[in-house]
Design a protein around this ligand. Structure first.
Ligand code: ADP
Length: 256
């Protein structure tokens, strides 16, 4: 019976080891698959603006457009736009891969929201391709926050970008900053844009997700902005929520 018990124990240990091995292999496979999906998606996203910029540049070189000032400007603008698109994408990829690293650290500092917003708003108004009106309401006036300034302004930048991008023709945006009863800082960015259908709202924070609109030329994007927002807000031990109604507008609220 001693031999039987020993064999039984060995059998149990072997089965466990086998199960553990299989589980590890399977896990690695899904991780590998996720990585390859990510690389495929990103490669596709990078290829498009490069191809467009190439074509515009080619046109500039080959067709002697240099003589036609209007045409030349048009093609130069296309190049410029695509370069901006590329640099935006590269920036987001960098922030995301940085976030995935074990050594990723936030560098929190204490600053007044009033020191952050006016410049941020000015930058967005300058680069917008449509009229933009932004109301800023910080209460109390001297509200401060402890956050990583770079990432925090990227978070807000993404929300303001979207509010402008998804407002057809004219963007009317309201930014409100408050302190909650629990001592958190709450910042909301509201627009009167296209809005998001209720069933799509939980998906907008997913990597690469974009609400299908039927019109592919509607807006440019990679579906990474809100994924970055959510990841970074959570790194700050906060959360982000959305309230939206199609045709009326959207409000994104972060609490940190
Ligand atoms: P994208 O680069 O597509 O803008 P985001 O991750 O920033 O990527 O947003 C994901 C999707 O959520 C967008 O494609 C859009 O469909 C929707 N969305 C985000 N912000 C807004 C907004 N303010 N109004 C309407 N839809 C929005």
């Amino acid at each position: 019976s001693g031999i039987l018990t020993t064999s039984f124990v060995i059998l149990i240990i072997l089965s466990f080891s086998f199960w553990f091995l299989i589980r590890t292999i399977l896990r690695q496979k899904t991780l590998e698959e996720m990585k390859s999906d990510f690389t495929n998606n990103i490669t596709h996203e990078l290829k498009t603006p490069i191809a467009v910029a190439y074509a515009a540049n080619d046109a500039l070189l080959n067709f002697n457009l240099a003589e036609d000032k209007k045409q030349r400007e048009k093609y130069l603008c296309i190049c410029q736009e695509q370069l901006q698109r590329l640099s935006g994408l590269v920036e987001q990829i960098l922030s995301m891969s940085m976030e995935r690293r074990k050594t990723f650290r936030l560098h929190p500092e204490n600053f007044h929201l009033h020191d952050l917003f006016p410049t941020l708003i000015e930058q967005h108004k300058l680069k917008a391709d449509k009229p933009v009106e932004i109301i800023l309401d910080i209460e109390p006036e001297d509200l401060t926050i402890t956050a990583d300034r770079t990432h925090f302004s990227n978070i807000l930048s993404n929300l303001i970008d979207n509010a402008i991008k998804y407002s057809p023709e004219k963007a009317e945006i309201a930014i409100r900053c408050r302190k909650t009863e629990t001592g958190q800082v709450e910042i909301s960015v509201s627009d009167h844009g296209t809005g998001i259908p209720a069933d799509k709202q939980p998906l907008v924070f997913d990597k690469f997700y974009r609400v299908p609109t039927g019109n592919v030329h509607n807006t440019k994007g990679y579906g990474l902005g809100l994924f970055y927002v959510k990841t970074m807000v959570e790194k700050h031990n906060g959360n982000v929520t959305v309230k939206s109604e199609p045709g009326k507008g959207s409000t994104f609220t972060i609490r940190v």
